[in-house]
Design a protein around this ligand. Structure first.
Ligand code: HEC
Ligand code: HEC
Length: 302
């Protein structure tokens, strides 16, 4: 006699819908249907699952799963997304072609577009020298402040990127005595700290040609046009605490005054070369417009 049969014969609850398994004399396993809410959920999920399998890729078939009658693929969805982005981009690029950098900056939609695209271009072409947010590096000017060598108006910035820049300041080791260089360096430090220059130093500043480039006030501005555009030769503003050449201060100023900037044959000269990106074809005119608008938004001005 097998165990099942024996148990059934000894089922102490014969009228009940149990499986015949009894433990501890009265603990039984019942054979009821699951509750109807559970069955509804179960069949609904089976139907959903079959439907999904018909519509979407699902069943593994050797190399590839079944395709599903909708023909949906992940890569297809990605490509559709790309097409949408390309369409929006083409629209903006088309507009930019017919405008100059100032007009790009003036159009809110294009300005936003230039912000996004410019960030990528800036990372690829400019960040190595100017830092990823234009915060500058030792020897490379900050672009994210409103302190400009060549002017921060959109037209000046475009010109800088297109043609490049190379500041030039003569070495003064041959034309000034060491004492005069010290005097001028002291004056520059004083000015950078908001103090007044003393008269003898100012007289030197005027008579030794500094004024021709750094301007009558020492702020690097030679003239301001009626529209607010400044005229400069790229000479640093000597009145603010921002040092073009690190570490700044007395010794730094002395070195610059003595050896000049970009002076061939002057071993201790300061090097300051901003490459040309337009003339050399490294960037297209449209890319330059986008970058100029981007840089202007970092810290542009007049
Ligand atoms: C190889 C390093 C280098 C790279 C790359 C470079 N720059 Fe410059 N950039 C310089 C230097 C150096 C100067 C300062 C030139 C001077 O002192 O005469 C400068 C100056 C500038 C100025 C003028 C700042 C002012 O105060 O007037 C702007 C604007 C500028 N760069 C933008 C850019 C943009 C935009 C890019 C990318 C397309 C870029 N630079 C790439 C080195 C670089
Ligand atoms: C021919 C134009 C020219 C003349 C003349 C000239 N400078 Fe300059 N100077 C420059 C330029 C351009 C720079 C900035 C270089 C750059 O960033 O490209 C500069 C930079 C400096 C700096 C560095 C400032 C800093 O922030 O690091 C000092 C200091 C300075 N000049 C002082 C003088 C003094 C003093 C004289 C007169 C003896 C003088 N310069 C004459 C063009 C000139």
């Amino acid at each position: 006699m097998n165990a099942e049969k024996k148990m059934a014969e000894h089922n102490p609850f014969p009228g009940e819908n149990n499986t015949g398994h009894v433990w501890d004399e009265n603990l039984r396993e019942l054979n009821n249907n699951p509750p109807s809410w559970w069955m509804i959920g179960f069949w609904a999920s089976v139907i959903w699952w079959v439907g999904y399998g018909v519509l979407y890729p699902m069943w593994p078939m050797g190399q590839q799963p079944t395709k599903g009658i909708l023909g949906w693929t992940q890569i297809g969805e990605y490509k559709d997304g790309l097409k949408e982005v390309d369409a929006v981009r083409a629209q903006h690029e088309q507009k930019i072609k017919s405008l100059d950098a100032a007009a790009v900056l003036a159009d809110p939609g294009l300005r936003q577009y230039a912000q996004a695209r410019g960030k990528v271009l800036f990372g690829d072409y400019c960040a190595a020298c100017h830092g990823s947010g234009g915060q500058g590096n030792p020897g490379y000017p900050v672009l994210a402040d409103d302190d400009w060598l060549y002017g921060g108006g959109i037209a000046k910035i475009s010109e800088t990127i297109t043609l490049g820049r190379q500041g030039a300041m003569p070495a003064h080791v041959g034309t000034l005595t060491e004492q005069e260089i010290d005097q001028l360096a002291h004056m520059v430090v004083n000015l950078s700290q908001g103090k007044k220059a003393d008269e003898p130093a100012l007289a030197l500043y005027r008579s030794k040609g500094c004024v021709a480039c750094h301007g009558p006030n020492g702020d690097g501005v030679l003239a301001t046009l009626p529209d607010g555009t400044v005229m400069t030769v790229g000479a640093a503003n000597l009145l603010d605490g921002i040092w073009r050449f690190q570490p700044g201060g007395f010794e730094s100023a002395k070195r610059t005054i003595a050896n000049g900037v970009n002076q061939v044959g002057q071993p201790n000269t300061r090097e300051a070369v901003m490459p040309a990106f337009g003339q050399t074809g490294k960037l297209s005119p449209d890319q330059i417009k986008i970058l100029a608008a981007y840089v202007h938004q970092l810290g542009g001005g007049k």
